[in-house]
Design a protein around this ligand. Structure first.
Ligand SMILES: NC(=O)c1ccc[n+]([C@@H]2O[C@H](COP(=O)([O-])OP(=O)(O)OC[C@H]3O[C@@H](n4cnc5c(N)ncnc54)[C@H](O)[C@@H]3O)[C@@H](O)[C@H]2O)c1
Ligand SMILES: O=C(O)[C@H](O)COP(=O)(O)O
Length: 632
């Protein structure tokens, strides 16, 4: 009665055996993947512009967030010819804007670095399919077209700076491309530039300088205003905003701030009062902008908000041009609502030559120089180079913009559960008849931890990966897991169950329940009709501990045969003999049963994949009622 499992296994649309052979034939370790610690299970060959590119999915202890790309050829070539960027084992990193030498040096130790500045959008799209990483500043627009043109090869976009409004994050996420930035190294430079603009605006430094160079001596015309005792409103009390606040207090200013997300204690520590938007703009003598450009902040300073400001207010913007409606600012300058503005950033950069704003005599301008100090540029270059190299190695980035940031200590603690999660996902999908049609999956984490201290996003992503990858050509990583699941109509819900134990381990067990599907191994179904499996980490190794209602205990490694049989003596020997006669090495066996001498489940780990004939022989053992072969 066990034949159905064999025929189902043979009909299984997931060709595991072919994949394994491929994997064994081509197994090589990438030179730049220092975190790989287990073997590669999936490889694909694709032809990119005449080069065969072997793409490997690495199972890393940490996280296989990125696919790596390696060419068949071992030769390393470095060239500036756009059509000949890649034929090398090392990743190719395209740097499209000027980056500090220290960062470039770091990148060069790891990959082939192509510096091509001032690329047109078309030139960027033409190059990008040959690149594994792209590093930009604010001048390169990384649009959806760029991700499309990358044809899946681009793994990471590094923004050498803070603002990521020039990168289409939604498109990056959809294409599974990680975006990282360098959020800290230019903070002080931007804050200093803000203070420089504030002071030079108040004392007409730029205008007076231009006037003198034009041969004039206009002491009366350029009488300024003092800063001391004036109220400065910081709009956006983040890294730059708080540094500007500190410095402005040093100049004797009264500093208030508006930031809907800033913690009050941070403001208190700097001696700054957090106030509402309206209160900030209506009471300030000076307003300094430090918020990001988002759909919410786009043109947040407009005719209406200017009209609420104190007459004669002075505005500094070193954040993003787009937060100001520039036409409205010209009107406010013309009617005296705004006495002066000092701007480092513009809606369109560079702004048109005839820009009324730039030409306005009460406006001081600089060409987006906030981050442009030698120190900041070297710092940013190193910060972004480290982030990009880390991402290409498969490490999770601390500065990921479109993926959850998982602190290293959490990551190392969760590493075995990451592997367990992927294996449970792979197992669950193989237990489904036909291997597809899964719509609803519930994951239950049993843990003694306070739910707030258990970040399961990584685990959910890996379960998603385990479920989706065997049945599609999607490559899942932490960036695109949720998006891809949604796109495929797969709903993954999570539940936390409190474990009684006060174990040191973060998680006691992980259960995966797949509802509303048929199983090719009926014993995997529980009474409520769900396919249910459970796994645990034991001594750092992932184990399968439950299938349906049957308890088992097998390490999740290699291949697995699950048999349901009448519980009687000699079964292990009989199946073991069949496998032994055909030179299939058994790595472990475990029997689980619900009631003595009725039904039992036998889980057999095998190093090699048994051929069809061997599986048929197992099916012919009279006491075996059903069985299934699973590739872990
Ligand atoms: N001119 C330059 O060269 C230069 C250099 C560095 C940073 N910047 C820009 O400065 C801005 C701030 O950079 P950062 O490093 O301080 O970033 P940050 O993320 O540390 O700070 C931004 C702050 O803005 C707040 N914010 C978000 N929405 C807001 C809103 N609607 N109203 C008020 N506050 C809001 C956030 O809560 C956050 O605290 C960014 O736009 C960045 O791109 C420009
Ligand atoms: O957001 C930033 O980091 C600054 O605007 C700096 O941009 P830049 O790298 O183009 O100078």
């Amino acid at each position: 009665m066990a034949t159905s499992s064999i025929s189902r296994a043979a009909k299984n649309p997931i060709n595991f055996s072919a994949r394994n052979v491929e994997s064994q034939k081509k197994q090589t370790h990438s030179r730049y993947l220092s975190f790989s610690h287990s073997t590669i299970s999936l490889q694909k060959l694709s032809l990119v512009k005449g080069y065969h590119i072997s793409r490997k999915l690495h199972k890393t202890a940490v996280f296989n967030v990125l696919e790596t790309v390696e060419s068949r050829s071992g030769s390393v070539s470095r060239t500036r010819d756009p059509d000949n960027v890649v034929n090398t084992e090392r990743p190719t990193i395209l740097v499209s804007e000027k980056l500090g030498e220290a960062g470039l040096d770091l990148l060069r130790t790891f990959g082939n670095v192509e510096c091509s500045y001032n690329l047109s959008p078309e030139e960027l799209c033409a190059k990008i399919s040959l690149c594994d990483a792209l590093i930009v500043r604010s001048g390169t627009k990384v649009t959806r077209q760029v991700f499309e043109a990358a044809k899946g090869r681009l793994k990471v976009v590094g923004r050498a700076g803070v603002g990521i409004d020039n990168v289409d994050l939604q498109a990056a996420t959809e294409f599974g491309c990680l975006v990282v930035n360098a959020p800290t190294a230019n903070t002080i430079a931007a804050a200093e530039h803000g203070i420089a603009l504030l002071a030079s605006m108040a004392r007409n430094v730029a205008q007076a300088d231009a006037s003198m160079k034009a041969g004039k001596w206009q002491r009366n015309k350029y009488v300024g205003v003092s800063l001391v005792g004036k109220t400065l409103a910081i709009m956006g009390f983040g890294k730059v905003g708080s540094e500007v606040a500190r410095r402005a207090k040093g100049l004797g200013m009264h500093v208030i701030a508006h930031d809907p997300y800033a913690p009050a204690d941070r403001a208190r520590a700097v001696g700054v009062e957090l106030v509402s938007f309206d209160q900030a703009i209506s009471t300030a003598d000076f307003i300094s902008l430090h918020m990001p450009l988002t759909p919410t902040t786009n043109k947040i300073f407009n005719d209406e908000t200017f009209s609420k400001m104190k007459k004669g207010v002075r505005i500094v913007n070193v954040a993003r041009g787009g937060v100001i409606d520039e036409d409205a600012l010209v009107r406010a300058l013309d009617n005296g609502t705004v006495a002066q503005a000092a701007l480092d950033v513009f809606t369109k950069e560079p702004p048109p030559n005839d820009s009324k704003l730039v030409q306005h005599e009460n406006v001081t301008v600089t060409p987006h120089l906030g981050a442009s100090t030698k120190e900041a540029q070297e710092g940013v270059a190193v910060e972004i180079a480290e982030a990009v190299v880390g991402a290409l190695k498969g490490e999770l980035s601390a500065t990921a913009v479109n993926a959850p940031m998982v602190p290293p200590e959490v990551l190392s603690e969760l590493a075995p559960y990451v592997t367990l999660s992927e294996k449970l996902g792979r197992l669950a999908v193989q237990l489904v008849a036909g291997g597809s049609g899964i719509q609803s999956v519930k994951v239950v984490y049993k843990s003694a931890r306070d739910p707030d201290n258990l970040d399961t996003r990584l685990l959910r992503a890996m379960i998603t990966k385990g479920i989706i990858e065997p049945i599609s050509d999607s490559h899942i990583n932490l960036v695109n897991a949720d998006f891809t699941a949604k796109q495929k109509g797969l709903r993954i819900s999570e539940e936390r169950v409190v474990a009684d134990s006060s174990s040191d381990y973060p998680i006691d067990s992980i259960q995966v329940h797949v509802s509303n599907v048929e199983s090719k191994f009926a014993s995997a179904l529980t009474d409520n009709g769900n396919i249910s499996i459970e796994g645990r980490v034991k001594y750092g190794i992932p184990h399968l501990t439950c299938v349906g209602s049957f308890g088992v205990d097998v390490s999740l490694d290699g291949n697995l045969i699950l048999c349901r049989q009448v519980d009687q003596p000699g079964m292990i020997g009989r199946v073991g003999n069949i496998l032994g006669e055909r030179n299939v090495n058994v790595s472990f066996m475990s029997v689980g049963r619900t009631v003595k001498r009725t039904k039992a489940i036998m889980a057999i780990g095998v190093d090699e994949e048994p051929d069809k004939d061997t599986l048929k022989k197992i099916g012919e053992v009279s006491a075996i009622e059903e069985f299934v072969f699973l590739d872990l």
